[in-house]
Design a protein around this ligand. Structure first.
Ligand code: ZN
Length: 506
């Protein structure tokens, strides 16, 4: 009975975090702006309650009983893995003083206002005091969490457990070496025409088409819904209610379409988690205190990138689905053939803004952020030197001059919310997506499916190897089991090289 009571207790933690997610979805989707202040308090209260419930004496007593009861099971059994994960999460939270968590949250909520104003006015100096506090609090956090080599490793643990400054160096070096010559060669070529994507596409038809494609990829609208927001996201309250949002840009049609496919990939991870894991630690991020089933932010991102880029931006996908898109927007796409459309949605153009960057140059935005964050946290870079360091890296990696801080160091929301250490997951996701897609498409059934717009075999492969496990395995175990290899960037580099060589003839 000890294990059952322990599971029920963990179910309550999950309930609190799911309730927090519902309020968060509402805040970002439906809530009038007047509700912001009280909503922020409600969200904070639920997170605090979930943490207190997790670390409470009663939970620890139930955990001890569950551990005793399951001690004879194999170490890698579901039961013992769950117990070990909960113990690790409790120890993580107890290492960080509650007052410090509280202070960081306070600086975070204040920081967002300061940042929004600083960004609008491109005035970095006014953001400096908040950012200095944020860095200092995160440095303090890192000391409490603990690390072997670099304080930044402690901060990445919450998002990408096991990833370190040292482990990222060869990964980034391989990407630079593999992709920089390609970016340079493309820069010499004539870019594909994109003018027709900037025509007005009626919003309702955009959403209808995007949702239809999401359904084709496996998104179950009986257990989900699509809404419009300024910043697209996916959020789940158990596998049976997984919501996505997208944004519509009047002058750039691909935004809503590929935004939806991206969030669909995230949603599939949650919708196809093993039902047996509902309300358990395998469907709860007990370190980050979120109700999510994906094993790491990078693993989650692998699914969004895979369905958005490897499937949704492939020539094959549009050879099969362009007819329907064309029929939906006959005037806007008049005279535009499949090839022209496919090339347009894969245009490469090194830019200053991460969220608008293309598939090929995206990782350079990530590398520079990770390197800068690590330097801020170990103290080798001071906040006042930040714009200069940022602009130098943009020049080095993207070949661009940064005209102002709004388009430079002030562009991301992350630092203003108090968070440091989140960026590497985007690149980990890209690399994992390349590796998983390569392995999955060795299977004839999956390749045949993709060749006739039947995405079920691919989705089922991902469910079998990724989705259903929730947080059962570590990211590296999951990848080893699925592909037989540790994280390896060669598949991702090959995918990009193949695709852009084809498009640009380089
Ligand atoms: Zn994503």
């Amino acid at each position: 009975m000890g294990y059952r009571a322990f599971l029920e207790r963990m179910g309550e933690v999950n309930d609190l975090l799911c309730a927090e997610s519902v309020l968060s979805w509402d805040a970002r989707t439906m809530m009038p702006s007047g509700g912001a202040d009280t909503r922020a308090k409600q969200l904070a209260t639920l997170t605090v309650l979930a943490r207190e419930h997790l670390v409470a004496d009663e939970t620890r007593r139930l955990l001890e009983r569950a551990e005793a009861e399951t001690a004879k099971l194999p170490e890698d059994s579901v039961e013992r893995t769950m117990c070990a994960q909960v113990r690790e999460a409790i120890e993580y939270h107890l290492r960080i003083p509650a007052a410090l968590v509280h202070r960081r949250a306070e600086v975070g909520s204040k920081g967002q206002h300061v940042w929004a104003k600083a960004r609008a006015e491109s005035d970095f100096a006014s953001f400096v005091p908040v950012l200095e506090q944020t860095i200092a609090l995160n440095q303090e956090m890192a000391e409490h969490i603990g690390y072997e080599e670099h304080p930044y490793d402690a901060l990445m643990f919450r998002f990408e457990p096991g990833e370190t400054v040292r482990s990222l160096q060869p990964l980034f070096a391989a990407l630079r070496e593999g992709l920089q010559p390609l970016v340079r060669a493309i820069g010499e070529k004539e870019p594909p025409r994109v003018d027709f994507l900037q025509r007005p596409f009626p919003v309702d038809r955009q959403l209808e088409f995007a949702l239809k494609m999401a359904g084709k990829l496996g998104y179950d609208t009986g257990r989900g819904r699509l809404d419009l927001t300024v910043h697209p996201f996916e959020i789940s309250f158990t596998r049976n209610d997984v919501r996505i949002t997208t944004r519509v840009n009047d002058e750039w049609m691909p935004k809503s379409l590929f935004g939806t496919l991206h969030e669909t990939g995230h949603a599939l991870y949650e919708q196809y988690c093993d039902p047996a894991y509902t309300r358990t630690p395998f469907a709860t991020d007990l370190v980050g205190l979120y109700a999510v089933g994906g094993v790491s932010f990078g693993a989650h991102e692998s699914q969004s990138r895979l369905f958005e880029n490897h499937v949704g931006r492939s020539r094959e996908f549009w050879e099969l689905n362009y007819g329907e898109l064309h029929a939906t927007f006959p005037e806007q796409l008049a005279g535009i053939d499949t090839e022209t459309f496919w090339r347009a949605v894969n245009r490469v153009e090194p830019g200053l803004v991460r969220v608008e960057s293309d598939e090929l140059t995206y990782d350079f935005h990530i590398m520079l952020r990770v390197e800068i964050e690590a330097a801020l946290i170990d103290g080798s870079l001071g906040v006042s030197e930040l714009p200069e360091a940022w602009n130098a890296k943009v020049k080095e990696y993207l070949g661009l001059d940064v005209p102002n801080d709004r388009l430079g160091v002030l562009q991301d929301v992350h630092w203003s919310s108090g968070q440091i250490g989140t960026f590497c997951n985007y690149t980990i996701g890209n690399v994992m997506a390349g590796q998983l897609f390569h392995t999955a498409t060795q299977d004839d059934l999956i390749r045949d499916g993709l060749a006739k717009a039947d995405y079920r075999p691919l989705r089922e492969w991902m469910t079998e190897h990724v989705h259903r496990h929730g947080r059962r395995y570590t990211r590296d175990q999951l990848l080893e089991n699925a592909t037989g290899k540790a994280l390896d960037p060669q598949y991702y580099i090959e995918h990009l090289t193949r695709k852009y060589t084809d498009i640009y003839g380089v």
